[in-house]
Design a protein around this ligand. Sequence first.
Ligand code: TYD
Ligand code: MG
Length: 458
Amino acid sequence: MAKIKTLFVCTNCGYSSSKWEGKCYSCNEWNTLLETHEIKSSKTTLEQKQQVWKEDTKKNVPKLLNDIHKINQNRISTNDEEFDRVLGGGIVTGSVTLLGGRPGIGKSTLLLQLAINANLKVLYVSGEESAEQIKMRADRVGFKNENCFILSEINLNNILKEAKAINPQVLIIDSVQTIYSPFIESSAGSITQVRECASELQRFAKETNIPLFMIGHINKDGNIAGPKVLEHIVDTVLLFEGDRNYSYRLLRVEKNRFGSTDELGIYEMHGSGLKCVTNPSEMLLSQSSDLLSGSVIGTLVEGMRPMLIETQALVSPAVYGNSQRSATGFELRRLNMILAVLEKRLGLAFAQQDVFLNIAGGIKISDPGLDLSITTALISSLNNIAVSNKTVFAGEIGLTGEIRAVNRIDQRILEAERLGFESIYISSFNKISLDKDKLGIRVYELSRVDELLQVVFS
Ligand code: TYD
Ligand code: MG
């Protein structure tokens, strides 16, 4: 007889309790216990469950560190330069990767492209679309791989059985929230199901050495839906993000056991799938050659990649009483801070002005190195004086009006030089290891914001 059991599971750490508590005993988070129902069939045991895809259960014995053979460090290439780099140089055998992102951002497209472009035997399992729908998408993207199997299935046991039979070089699950394990009879997508399916899949990947990619949905707060433990059991967590109104998509690394989390992949969504963007600066700079006030080029380091980006400010007298402050792609609090510094240190009157700030490309910036170009754009718009579009700015603004050093300054300078800019303003506190005389770009140093007025706007 099947028994219904009510459990309260913590969405943060996966701890379960038989009664509701305001605070989780295990991780001390408040209001994280969620009611779930499990129907446990009395005849299923752990052994039975494992027999579905494993004939004999191997027992692990302790080994001397010296006797352990190094795992094959050869990485498998995905034939996608950006994806390989984000993973730290290709796929590691037996690794488990979780790809999160908002609905419609392109997660399925990204992994389907991986499946059909890689020169590998791939099994792509979808719990969301039928095989015919996937075929339509594959046709749209244009496929080359003759060895790509598609399975539309949501039962985890069948998935693992098929995976065992096909023995692919890469296994893709789209998505972990749509599949279910028949041994736990709560509905697919519930915390217990997601946790169970993910750990079963992880065990499968580790035992068979087949690298596994799982797509995970994201909830309202931007976290991967389901228990937080999901992020702990996988080796790599990738996030696919971008603004829906723009076609650029960023692939960020949240966690990577086999590589750096500083890597970043940039894609552009086209009518025929996602294309790698190898030269991001070009997409972030405006094509116009006119000199306009309020438009200034700054530098940005995302992950490890330097990019140049256009910052635009519009300062105009506030007509309706209270002045407005608005920032797109930049933190409003930081804009207010910069305005306060300019008022206090330079005596510029922004109080009666509406201030709008816009960062090109619809990407969200958190690099403080952009402060100097934003400051210059604000002064440029206020005084209605255009700044040369052959000049770049890189520096952080401190509260006393000092211009502070930024990270990776050499790379920022080299990127500006590569794109043919004539001069760059940096902080005098930045130590550069480049030989200034050999550079094709002039480097000017500033230590305080008031110098901007004399040097740039004189
Ligand atoms: P999808 O990969 O299904 O997103 P997710 O799996 O993250 O929910 O697709 C995202 C969107 O991309 C979809 O609305 C249609 C669009 N799209 C293109 O613009 N070009 C294409 O070639 C494809 C396949 C999709
Ligand atoms: Mg999808």
